[in-house]
Design a protein around this ligand. Structure first.
Ligand SMILES: C[S@@+](CC[C@H](N)C(=O)[O-])C[C@H]1O[C@@H](n2cnc3c(N)ncnc32)[C@H](O)[C@@H]1O
Ligand code: SF4
Length: 381
């Protein structure tokens, strides 16, 4: 039982679809919740033999909006997981929540189920902007939710922000950043700030194409980025990954598992897994997922066995997402190879372009490299 593993649980239900969201999440499918949770628990139990062979250190309940469904289902899922694993090895259990669906009763049940980290989707502190992106909550809902979380003793809270957002000005964004750092004493230990992705076929793509809303230009976006990075850093939130900042010791253990190319099993519709050098993805449709599970059919729709070179390239890209970069000795012990024997030309070119530096045992992206990380990653694709 030396090997460690993480568990990801996908809850694909939301009260309403946000305009920018392309996640595997659905509104108006509440009638399927009970059956879905039953099927999800069946999928977990079917993997109990594998789970019992590993030390599960992290569990992440994401979505969709896990806090939207009745907390009895979250308890049911956690109880099922606990039947399959040695509970004592679990260090971090996160649940994602939307501010308007957080109640005292829910958080108390989460805590009793061992959940010790709450990730709240705030996105912006301006009601006018929240409305423009189709969020169901207001800043007042968030403040209430944060007070409830503190009152029940949730000591590890993470916030999600997105930038730029439709019609968001630099000053409004500055205000959002100042606002989130002012909440530090309310157990905000971690802040994720995602760069807006505009996905085809979303309402946001339509609104932008039709000029109903607009985004700031590149220069202003860069000003936002600089303000964000400096302000979070100056307030004790260390940037440890391209989009993630944390008070020291509160980096997301589960997400670090992804960036360190470590094992995890995903359960639920659309969930993915990384196990035995292979990436798997589950059926995304809730209906088909339930149907297949109940009829004892496989729910895996994608299976990619990575050859050694693909694994190595993926590892390098994932490691370069971290601000500390890739440890040369860790690379050698994991892959029994010297990275320079494989990628000396690419590394030299990135160094020459000022995008990558060697720092003792590590190679890592420079400040400039982090700004144009895609250009650096391309060298390893
Ligand atoms: C599953 S959601 C978090 C929980 C909950 N569903 C919510 O939105 O409050 C994960 C996070 O992904 C981010 N996200 C979703 N779609 C995005 C997009 N198109 N661009 C950037 N970030 C996005 C949001 O910050 C969101 O909070
Ligand atoms: S609540 Fe979260 S998962 Fe649901 S639609 Fe909005 S961003 Fe997507």
């Amino acid at each position: 039982m030396n090997n460690e593993i993480g568990i990801y649980i996908h809850i694909p239900f939301c009260l309403k679809k946000c305009f920018y969201c392309d996640f595997n999440s659905y509104a108006d499918k509440e009638n399927l919740i009970e059956k879905y949770v039953f099927a999800l628990c069946k999928e977990i139990l079917e993997n109990s033999e594998i789970l019992s062979e590993y030390k599960v250190t992290t569990i992440y309940i994401g979505g969709g909006t896990p806090s939207y469904i009745d907390p009895k289902y979250i308890k049911q899922i956690m109880d099922t997981i606990y039947l399959c694993i040695d509970k004592s090895s679990v260090e971090e259990i996160t649940i994602e929540a939307n501010p308007n669906s957080i109640t005292k009763e829910k958080l108390e049940i989460y805590k009793m189920s061992g959940i010790n980290r709450l990730s709240i989707g705030l996105q912006s502190n301006h009601n006018s902007i929240l409305k423009k992106i189709g969020r169901v909550h207001t800043i007042e809902d968030f403040e209430k939710a944060l007070d409830i979380a503190n009152s029940v003793g949730m000591e590890n809270i993470s916030l999600d922000l997105i930038y730029p957002l439709p019609d968001l000005s630099f000053n409004q964004f500055k205000d959002t950043v100042d606002y989130v750092v002012s909440l530090k004493s309310k157990n905000i230990k971690h802040i994720s700030v995602y760069n807006l992705e505009v996905h085809e076929n979303t309402k946001l793509a339509f609104l932008l194409n039709e000029n109903y809303v607009s985004l700031v230009d590149e220069d202003e976006e860069y000003e936002m980025y600089k303000y964000l990075k400096d302000t979070l850093q100056n307030n004790g939130y260390n940037r440890y990954e391209i989009s993630n900042y944390a008070i020291s010791g509160y980096e997301s253990k589960h997400n670090l598992r992804y960036w360190n190319q470590e094992l995890y099993l995903g359960f639920g519709a659309g969930a993915s897994s990384f196990f035995g050098g292979t990436r798997y993805k589950n059926e995304t449709s809730i209906e088909k997922y339930i149907d297949n599970i109940l009829n004892n059919k496989s729910v895996i729709i994608e299976k990619e066995e990575l050859d050694l070179l693909s694994l190595i390239k993926e590892y390098i890209i994932l490691q370069l997402r971290k601000i500390e970069g890739l440890s040369l000795s860790a690379f050698k012990s994991k892959y029994k190879k010297d990275i320079y024997s494989l990628f000396s030309i690419e590394i030299a070119q990135l160094e020459k372009d000022g995008l990558l530096v060697k720092d003792n045992d590590n190679i890592k992206l420079t400040s400039r490299g982090l700004e144009v990380a895609n250009l650096a990653w391309e060298k390893f694709i």
